[in-house]
Design a protein around this ligand. Sequence first.
Ligand SMILES: C[S@@+](CC[C@H](N)C(=O)[O-])C[C@H]1O[C@@H](n2cnc3c(N)ncnc32)[C@H](O)[C@@H]1O
Length: 219
Amino acid sequence: MKGTPLTEEIYEYIVQHFALDERALLGRMSARAEKAGIPMIMIGEDQAKFIAFFLRAIGAKRVLDVGTLFGYSAAIMARSVGDSGEVVSLEYSELHAKVAKDNLAQEGIKNVSVEVGPALEAMKRMPGNTFDFILIDADKPNYINYLREALRLIRNGGVIAGDNAIAWGKVAQQVEPDDPDYASVTAIQAFNEEFAREKKLFGIIIPIGDGMAMGVVQK
Ligand SMILES: C[S@@+](CC[C@H](N)C(=O)[O-])C[C@H]1O[C@@H](n2cnc3c(N)ncnc32)[C@H](O)[C@@H]1O
């Protein structure tokens, strides 16, 4: 293998040097969410900083966040696009959406709209070619469907990202149907295969967090 596996010690080094703001924001937002019983399944602090860096690098102004949870990825991206930019965040759970809206308000973040309902239906109602960046991070069995809609919604030259592309370390395995992660792992495997095959995408999996598939779209 080329490269160096990430250890806890190295992760901590990276956060201490580069992601303390992201850690502080996560601390505040997750504390409010934990009280509401929301699971801690958000992106990591290093991923947050990477996305913040990346959105600045491409000058993103309009971002779609598929899967809000308590609003962490939305908040990170809202701060990255600046006051003249906007984030549309899609969430199925009314509780998650409510806590996310409260969290964003408490953080003084005004440029996120959280839409409640099934993300795929919401995406299908949107006009094409308007987003600079789309983060897919909701229910895994719909990942392929989100990817297909994202390809329509993203502008030419924009970037689509899918979290959990390493599928909790199981992406390269043949999982058995009795594995509790079977549905999610096989859905991610199918998503990655379509992501890699899709002619309009120039992509790679970045091994950060649980892996992020990222591809620039050439329409
Ligand atoms: C992994 S979390 C998102 C984490 C968030 N991106 C972050 O890093 O802060 C996935 C979220 O997707 C939501 N979700 C699941 N199925 C959905 C659906 N069909 N439509 C919209 N949201 C859905 C879940 O309720 C959950 O809040």
